[in-house]
Design a binder for this molecule. Structure first.
Ligand code: ZN
Length: 495
């Protein structure tokens, strides 16, 4: 009876945010161990771990041990002790082996404060613990910064094929299916990971259209033309992870030598490099375009503070522009993370007047705090299950929240702002529903968000206008102080 070990340490590390990712961030995110808890959290969801339950249902002779499953929202590097705590849980579970195969759900852009190639360190330890003969597979986010050494440590790897990411479950299923063939049929795939020589912004990396859609199609063509090619993944990389492994890569796994196919894929990536670099309007320009178009509801985003890229829910640029524009239509701004302000709103109560500042709380590097006055409109516990296609069925937790009307702020008469306790990606309409907001009832929705927001919101609005405001995930990659990434990577300044 084959026995599978399953573990997850998934984190996208942003080297340029002031907020580290400590153990509390995982415990308020995803922090699960054991089969019963994993089943309750994920079995009916779009998550990687749901695929393990699918696998067990389809392979009744297999059993699985669910070791530590840990995931936190993108933010700064893990303190070494946080990594060691999670790694120790995984190692302790592996010590309960032997296992016939091991599946790791990783991100691929994990940063530890003293080791920017965190995924590589974890995979090395797991490989050392299980020995060279036990098949080891891993799934990765499309925005992984893949160290080439991973190809020599794993037996199979696969990355998400969608952006926004709605294929966590099938990606894990592919890894599990190959692991099963390794165990039952003696398959021994070989992998290759080749860097394309660039750090790409992810703004024009959606898989519905444009250069990434073409690269995904090319990869499917590679697989279709040669059945010995088991998986081909173009990784876009994570722009704000400063690591020796930074940048976009091509990864191919083959029952045979994968070198030629990986070289062909990376050549396709290099040929499209410049199409990933686009210009965005300023917040003022974006708001003006949204109002001028007059087709409501419309959305304007602030990708530079997108929590899905390590944003901090704190930069004031887009809010400042909204107030300066004195928007004439019903507008909701999502969100600022400010637990003290939420606590004050809760103490004051619904209907009470409230004043203070929004944004610029953690740092004023991206602009000064914005003074406001207004009214507490709604309070919530900030918890819901995602209803949109992105991480559907998985619980979201923003901590206690408040919806504030800025009705007595100059320029804020039509403006309401959701304030949360935790900085989380606002990609699901569930957050609005918690506050009694239906997108159809407002004219302008402004969000600290980027591409993942489109999965659920594109059908709900006439268009989504991305803008370029200062923040830890701003579009101008060359402006960030990289220290570990090789200078040869485009578009970093040459020393
Ligand atoms: Zn991603």
């Amino acid at each position: 009876m084959p026995r599978l070990a399953v573990a997850m340490l998934s984190h996208e590390g942003n080297s340029f945010t002031p907020v580290p990712t400590d153990l509390a961030a995982f415990k308020s995110g995803t922090w699960v161990i054991g089969e019963a808890a994993a089943h309750a959290a994920f079995a009916d969801s779009a998550h990687e771990i749901a695929a393990v339950f699918d696998f067990l249902a389809a392979n009744a002779d297999w059993s699985a041990a669910f070791l530590r499953i840990a995931q936190a929202g993108p933010a700064g590097p893990l303190p070494r002790e946080t990594f060691e705590t999670i790694a120790a849980d995984i190692m302790a579970g592996l010590a309960d082996g032997p296992f016939d195969a091991v599946y790791l759900a990783l991100h691929g852009a994990l940063l530890i404060d003293d080791e920017p190639r965190g995924d590589l360190e974890l995979v090395r330890r797991v490989r050392a613990a299980i020995g060279p003969g036990v098949p080891l597979g891993a799934s990765f986010d499309l925005h992984a910064n893949m160290a080439p050494e991973l190809a020599g440590l794993l037996d199979i790897g696969a990355g998400y094929r969608t952006h926004p990411h709605i294929d966590q479950r099938p990606t894990a299923a592919r890894v599990l299916a190959i692991l099963r063939r390794c165990v039952t049929a003696g398959l021994r795939p070989r992998g290759a990971i080749i860097g394309m020589g660039a750090i790409l912004p992810s703004i024009n990396m959606r898989t519905a259209e444009g250069p990434m859609a073409e690269l995904e199609a090319f990869s499917r063509g590679l697989e279709a033309a040669d059945p010995t090619i088991l998986d081909a993944t173009p990784f876009g990389g994570f722009s704000y992870g400063d690591s020796l492994a930074a940048g976009a890569t091509a990864m191919v796994w083959r029952d045979g030598d994968p070198g030629l196919a990986a070289a062909a894929l990376v050549a396709e990536m290099r040929a499209r490099r410049d199409r990933f670099f686009i210009r965005l309007p300023s917040p003022a320009e974006g708001i003006r375009a949204a109002l001028d178009a007059g087709r409501f509801p419309v959305a304007v985003t602030d990708p530079g503070d997108n929590p899905g890229s390590g944003g901090i829910g704190d930069t004031p640029g887009l809010l400042r522009a909204l107030l300066d524009a004195d928007v004439p239509v019903a507008t909701v701004f999502v969100f600022f993370a400010d637990p003290a302000l939420v606590a004050r709103a809760r103490a004051a109560g619904i209907g009470a007047a409230i004043a203070g500042t929004l944004g610029g709380r953690l740092t004023d590097a991206y602009g000064p705090p914005v003074p406001f006055s207004g009214t507490v409109q709604t309070l919530s516990d900030g918890r819901f299950r995602n209803t949109g296609p992105m991480m559907r069925g998985v619980e979201a937790n923003f901590g206690p929240t408040a919806l504030l009307s800025l009705d007595t702020t100059p320029g804020g008469r039509n403006l309401r702002v959701i304030v949360t306790s935790l900085s989380r990606s606002p990609h699901d309409p569930g957050l609005l529903a918690l506050h009694g907001i239906d997108v159809a009832d407002i004219a302008l929705l402004c969000a600290k968000a980027k591409n993942h927001f489109r999965a659920a919101f594109l059908p709900l609005v006439s268009t989504i206008i991305d803008t370029d405001a200062p923040g830890p995930a701003a579009i101008d990659i060359a402006s960030f102080p990289f220290r570990h990434a090789p200078r040869a990577l485009y578009p970093l300044p040459q020393a």
